[in-house]
Design a binder for this molecule. Structure first.
Ligand code: GAF
Length: 381
C-alpha cells in the first residue's frame, strides 16, 4: 500500500489520465481554548491535527473538475461567478474559486482529486481543511501573490458567502497558519499570530481527543443564533465587538443588559477571551499542566452560559476529569463533536475506557478517541 500522497496522485492519474502537477495538504484542527470568540473579534488557540485533506491538482485549459473520496462521479463547473451554483461537497471547492475570483485574482482553471483523513461531522474542521487545501493548490498553480496571512479570509468567504455558514475565521486560520509542535495564538481582530510552543509529549502529557459521536442537531441555526445574540449585545453596549468588553468591566456591562440569556452569552465570551490570554501566559512560561483548570472552566462556561454542549460531551468531560485528566472541555462549534482532555500520556487508554464505561451507563453510542499531535498547516508536499 502506498502513502496517502501516492494514493491521491494515483486517483488523479486514473481520472485525468496524467500525473498531477503537485499535491497539496491542509489539516483539520482542534481548539485548545477560545470557543465562539472568533466572530467576536477575540482570541483563539487552535492547533492543527495530523489528519488532513490532500488535493492533487493540475492546471486545465478551461473550467474545474473535481473528484474525491466523498463522491464517485467528478463534479464539473465552468463558471464560478454565481454564488451557490454548485452544491454538496463540491460547493467548498467552487466557493474557494469564487472567493479568489471575487477578490480580484485570476483563478486558474484546474483538475483536482481530493482525499481526506479528517473525520466529517466531528467538529474538527473537515470543511476548512478542504477549503484550505484547494485554496493553497489554486494559489500555487496560478502563481498568485497572496500572503499567507491574507489567505484564511478568502477561504472563510467561501464558507460564509458561497456555502452559507456564518462561521468565524478560526478554522481556516488554523488549517493554513498552524505549525508543528505549536498552538496558534490568533487575535481575530488584527489577525496577528504568535506560535506558542506546545510540546505536550516532552512533559509526559497528551491531549486526548474523544469524539462524542453524538448526532449533530440544529448546529447551523443555533450557531447563527449565538452569533446574532453576541452582535446585538455589542450594539447595546456601544462597542464594535464583545472583545472590547474587558474582563474587569464585565459586571458593569452585564448590568446594562436586560435580557438574562444575552447576559449569559456575554459572560461566556468575555470570560473565555480572558481564559485564552491566561492559557497563553501559562504556556509561554512552560506551565502546561496548569492550563487544565482553565479548560475545565471553559467547558462549564460553554455548558451553562453559552449553552452549546450536549449530554454526551458533558458526560465525556466529567468522566475524563474523574479518570484524572488535568482539564477537559468540548472543542469546536458545539452541539456534539469532540472533547479534549489534557492527561498524563500513559493514561490515554484508561481515560478512554472511563469515558466508554460512562457512555455505556448512559446508553450513549460508543465514543472514539485519539491522541492529538500539534501538526503543520497547509503546505505543498
Ligand atoms: C466553528 C466555526 F467554524 C468557528 O469559526 C468557531 O466559531 C467555532 O465553531 C467555535 O469556536 O468551528
Amino acid at each position: 500500500m502506498g502513502t496517502a500522497m501516492d494514493d491521491v496522485a494515483a486517483t488523479f492519474r486514473e481520472v485525468y489520465g496524467a500525473d498531477p502537477e503537485g499535491v497539496w495538504a491542509a489539516p483539520g484542527r482542534v481548539n485548545l481554548i477560545g470557543e465562539h470568540t472568533d466572530y467576536n473579534d477575540g482570541f483563539v488557540l487552535p492547533f492543527a491535527l495530523p489528519e488532513r485533506v490532500l488535493a492533487a491538482a493540475s492546471r486545465a485549459s478551461a473550467g474545474w473538475r473535481v473528484c474525491s473520496d466523498f463522491a464517485t462521479a467528478p463534479a464539473e463547473f465552468s463558471d464560478v461567478s454565481e454564488v451557490g451554483a454548485v452544491d454538496g461537497w463540491a460547493a467548498y471547492v467552487a466557493g474557494v474559486a469564487w472567493a479568489l475570483q471575487d477578490a480580484g485574482h485570476p483563478v486558474p482553471p484546474a483538475n483536482l482529486a481530493i482525499t481526506s483523513t479528517v473525520p466529517v461531522g466531528a467538529g474538527v474542521s473537515s470543511s476548512a481543511a478542504l477549503e484550505s487545501a484547494v485554496l493553497t493548490a489554486l494559489i500555487d498553480l496560478g502563481g498568485l501573490d497572496i500572503p499567507v496571512d491574507a489567505r484564511p479570509a478568502i477561504a472563510q468567504r467561501a464558507e460564509n458567502v458561497y456555502v452559507g455558514a456564518p462561521t468565524g475565521i478560526m478554522d481556516q486560520s488554523a488549517s493554513i497558519r498552524c505549525q508543528a509542535g505549536k498552538a496558534l495564538f490568533l487575535d481575530c481582530r488584527t489577525l496577528e499570530v504568535e506560535q506558542i510552543p506546545f510540546d505536550v509529549a516532552a512533559e509526559g502529557l497528551a491531549v486526548l481527543v474523544v469524539n462524542s459521536n453524538a448526532p449533530h442537531q440544529h448546529v447551523d441555526g443555533e450557531y447563527g443564533a449565538r452569533r446574532k445574540s453576541c452582535e446585538a449585545a455589542a450594539r447595546i453596549l456601544g462597542v464594535p465587538a464583545l472583545r472590547d468588553v474587558a474582563a474587569d468591566d464585565l459586571d458593569a456591562a452585564l448590568e446594562r443588559l436586560d435580557d438574562e440569556v444575552m447576559r449569559r452569552r456575554v459572560r461566556h465570551i468575555v470570560t473565555e477571551n480572558q481564559r485564552v490570554l491566561d492559557t497563553v501566559a501559562l504556556l509561554r512560561s512552560g506551565r502546561i499542566r496548569e492550563i487544565g483548570p482553565l479548560m475545565t472552566a471553559s467547558h462549564a462556561s460553554m455548558r451553562d452560559d453559552f449553552e452549546i454542549t450536549v449530554a454526551e460531551v458533558d458526560v465525556a468531560v466529567e468522566a475524563a476529569l474523574m479518570a484524572g485528566a488535568y482539564g477537559a472541555r468540548m472543542t469546536g462549534g458545539g452541539f456534539g463533536g469532540c472533547i479534549l482532555a489534557l492527561i498524563d500520556a500513559e493514561r490515554a487508554d484508561a481515560v478512554t475506557a472511563a469515558v466508554t464505561a460512562a457512555y455505556h451507563r448512559h446508553g450513549f453510542r460508543a465514543p472514539t478517541s485519539f491522541v492529538a499531535v500539534p501538526s503543520q498547516g497547509a503546505t505543498r508536499l
